[in-house]
Structure formats: C-alpha cells, structure tokens
Design a protein around this ligand. Structure first.
Ligand code: ZN
Ligand code: ZN
Length: 306
C-alpha cells in the first residue's frame, strides 16, 4: 500500500508568496487524510492533482482561522464538482456550529454527506481495518489536538516452503494463512499462521503536532514515528514569543524528535517573517540531523517496512 505525505500549505497565520495556509495531506492508496484545512486548500489540491472524489477524512487541530477557513471553500468546490462520496470531519468542539453557521449564511447545498465528529477527549478518534487515528491534547492558546496516524500491523512474511513441508495444499488454505487466519486441514490437523509466516510487520506512523508549545506526554505519543510533522513557527531566538503565542521553535521540535526516536522530522507552520528556511533548519539539525523544513508541494514517500 503506497503512503505519502503531501504538504499543501506550510505557513502559519498569514499566507506568503511561497507558502499557503496549513494543510498536510496523507495519501494512502486511494484514500486521503487531511490534517488542517487552511484557506485556498482546494486550489492547492488542484495543483497537487490529488482529486476531489476520493474517500477522505479531515482532521482539524483547533479552531483558529488559519486552520479551518479552508473547509467551507473546499466543501463548496466538492459540491460544484458533484462529489458523491461521504466526507468525514474530525475536530474540537465548536466545529459543528461553525460549519452550520457558514452553510446557513451562504446557503449552499451539498451533493454528498458530511459526517462531523467532535472530539471531546484524547484517545482513538477513528479505527479502520488497516489504520487508526489517535488524538492527544496539545498545548496551544485554545483547545487543540495533535494527531497520530498509525497503521495496524500487517501479517508476517509467508514461507511457501514451510507450508509445503507441513503438507498444506496450495490455494485457499495458503491465502487464509497469509491473512493470519488459522486453518484446519483435511486430515483434521490445525495450523496456526505463525507456523508458516514470520513475525507481524509493524505499520507506519505519522504524527502531526498542530499548533503547540512543547507538552508533557508528546514524546510518548510520537514515539517511533516514521514522520513527525511539527509546529516550528518561530526560530529559537524568539522562544519567548513562541511560548506566549502557544507555538514551538526548531530546537524544541528537534528535542521532541530526538526524545521520541522518530525517523524524520518535518518543520511546518512557518511564520511569514522567514523568507528562507536555512536558519530554522540549522537550529533543528544541530539537535536532530534528520530534519527538513516543509515547502508547499513537498512530497515524502513512506515505504513499507519489512
Ligand atoms: Zn496556526
Ligand atoms: Zn493556532
């Protein structure tokens, strides 16, 4: 299953010539999961050629305008394009009222169902056959969530020679064993999948901080992630301002990446005051080498681990 992250918007608060407002898209096979939904996100989607008709879930970290004002426009564009597939939106309390109000004021009809899930507490917010999304309460100036997308473990590698040695006929029984099911042979013997497969293979994990100061428990929440997408609004010299506004600096994000032993750190939600990214990158890399600063339309592929 392919898994990639596409950065559709990487600024914080104010868009710039180079950076659109926050939106981070996970594309998993034919499905899309979007984290935050900044203004103009549908145009970024057109540019990234990701389509408007796929199965999709949107997760909002908090109800600041730069993270949610893209949602009404996106819904309207989808309706104009005659989307039929249900759209699921997850986010903090108040989101339902916000959408209701916009829809009533603008009187726009939708061609597809929108299912709104307000999240009241930390924990798992959705669970599908192959992945789950968890939320953690982060530390911003209003209630805000960080999210972890976690794939469920895949069955271990199948060894045909072991199956043959046990006299299991090729076909349906092999297929069941490959899908981690226990089977009964014609002679009554019961074979567990572990007898013919390797260990379970871990799924991939992507963590999105949303807007946040460093907070207790985040290292555990992000532990072992393949990718950590983190708020890096201000550089280290402006840590007082970051603290005041409920944001993080590259150094703080890098310390977190190191403590949680993630594979890669991506800095995003970059203040409009920075025209280049070298200062932010330098500060983070001094602590955690595997760091990049996101740009709009950066695409990161996450291969399956064996
Ligand atoms: Zn923001
Ligand atoms: Zn905010």
């Amino acid at each position: 299953m392919s898994l990639r992250v596409i950065f559709l918007g990487t600024s914080g608060a104010i868009p710039t010539v180079e950076r659109s407002l926050p939106a981070t898209l996970i594309q998993r096979g034919r499905e899309m999961l979007m984290f935050d939904c900044g203004e103009g996100v549908q145009r970024q989607m057109v540019k990234a050629r990701v389509g408007f008709h796929r199965r999709m879930k949107i997760f909002l970290s908090h109800l600041h305008g730069d993270h949610v004002l893209g949602l009404p426009g996106l819904l309207q564009t989808m309706a104009l394009m005659d989307r039929k597939v249900k759209l699921e939106v997850y986010g903090p309390e108040g989101m339902k009222a916000f959408l209701q109000c916009v829809r009533e004021s603008l009187q726009f009809g939708l061609t597809f169902p929108v299912e709104i899930h307000e999240i009241l507490d930390a924990g798992q917010v959705c669970s599908e056959a192959e992945y789950a999304v968890e939320a953690a309460k982060s530390n911003h100036v209003i209630p805000s969530f960080a999210y972890a997308f976690v794939e469920k473990p895949r069955p271990g590698k199948f060894y045909p020679e072991k199956a043959r040695a046990l006299g299991i006929p090729e076909g349906e029984l092999w297929s069941k064993l490959q899908h981690a099911e226990t089977v009964t042979l014609a002679d009554g013997r019961i074979v567990n999948p572990e007898a013919v497969t390797g260990d379970l293979r871990r799924g991939r994990k992507i963590v999105y901080s949303g807007d946040t100061r460093p907070f207790r428990g985040f290292a555990r929440f992000a532990a072992g992630a393949d990718l950590l997408v983190h708020d890096s609004t201000f550089d280290d010299a402006l840590s007082d301002k970051a603290e005041e506004d409920g944001h993080s600096t590259p150094g703080q994000a890098a310390h977190l990446a190191k403590a949680s032993k993630v594979k890669k750190l991506v800095l995003t939600h970059i203040s409009a005051r920075y025209t280049g990214s070298s200062l932010l990158l330098e500060q983070a890399r001094a602590i955690f080498a595997e760091t990049v600063v996101a740009n709009d339309f950066l695409v990161l592929e996450l291969p399956l681990s064996e």
